[in-house]
Design a protein around this ligand. Structure first.
Ligand code: SAM
Length: 228
């Protein structure tokens, strides 16, 4: 998979894409990351990429021209058709199901907005899939883009080793889209607290039953909406 990110702050991505599983995935050639600095495409002689909103009000709005030209130039770098995604609080909420679907694509092009947002005309022309990472507002689309990349890349086949498989994670098909069960590891007693007996019984069927009951109980308590 190729992932392009269009942003005014490409430097924010370096530590995240260069660490842990996202780094390993790139080293293993399961994914390539390409960062495009939208500012490099502005034709404004002062390097401006935003302006005051028509109709008045606070903040600045990102101009159409630099973003449109940045998307066209980036898309022409590769023949693979890109799924365009705009990170925005007005988008559909990011879910594990959507991440699974995006992990099947061969190319994603993510657009991170900043300031008050982006001129609606370039959004209308690009027709991106609009995705939100939650009902709160961040200063820019960079962190949302990184969240989306992490959620997708770990689902690309071969990225996670067998021991790290995502199949039983919360919201995953292997967990029947329930929340995950509690986890325990050594030592068997810590701070006067033991672990549930069933986990040390060696009875795999009983462990599976216990985990499933825990998933159902936790989901019922914390996220009954997932059971509907
Ligand atoms: N005026 C916008 C609104 O109220 O919907 C918020 C703009 S926000 C300050 C600047 C940029 O951050 C947005 O264009 C978007 O790219 C990104 N952003 C902020 N919160 C987000 C969220 N929850 N999900 C996805 N992107 C977000």
């Amino acid at each position: 998979m190729r992932i392009d990110v269009l942003t005014l702050f490409p430097e924010m991505f370096t530590p995240v894409l260069g660490s842990s599983i996202l780094k390993r995935a790139a080293e293993a050639k399961r994914v390539e990351y390409h960062l495009t600095d939208i500012r490099q495409y502005t034709t404004n002689k002062h390097g401006k990429v935003d302006d005051r909103p028509f109709g008045g009000g606070p903040g600045m709005v990102m101009n159409c021209q630099p973003l449109w030209d940045a998307v066209m130039a980036t898309e022409s770098e590769d023949t693979r058709q890109a799924t365009r995604i705009l990170l925005t609080p007005q988008g559909e909420p990011l879910t594990q199901k959507r991440a699974e679907n995006l992990a099947q694509q061969e190319r994603l092009l993510l657009i991170a907005g900043h300031y008050e947002g982006i001129d609606q005309r370039v959004i209308d022309r690009l027709e991106p899939l609009e995705i939100s990472i939650g009902d709160y507002v961040l200063s820019g689309g960079e962190l949302p883009a990184m969240v989306l990349i992490d959620s997708v890349v770990r689902l690309i086949p071969g990225v996670l080793g067998h021991d790290e498989s995502a199949i039983h994670d919360s919201f995953s098909p292997g967990a029947e889209r329930l929340l995950d069960h509690p986890h325990y590891t050594r030592p068997q007693e810590w701070d006067g607290r033991g672990v549930p007996d069933v986990l040390t019984s060696g009875d795999h069927a009983a462990v599976e039953t216990w985990r499933r009951e825990q998933r159902e109980k936790l989901t019922q308590q914390r996220r009954p909406d997932l059971l509907e």
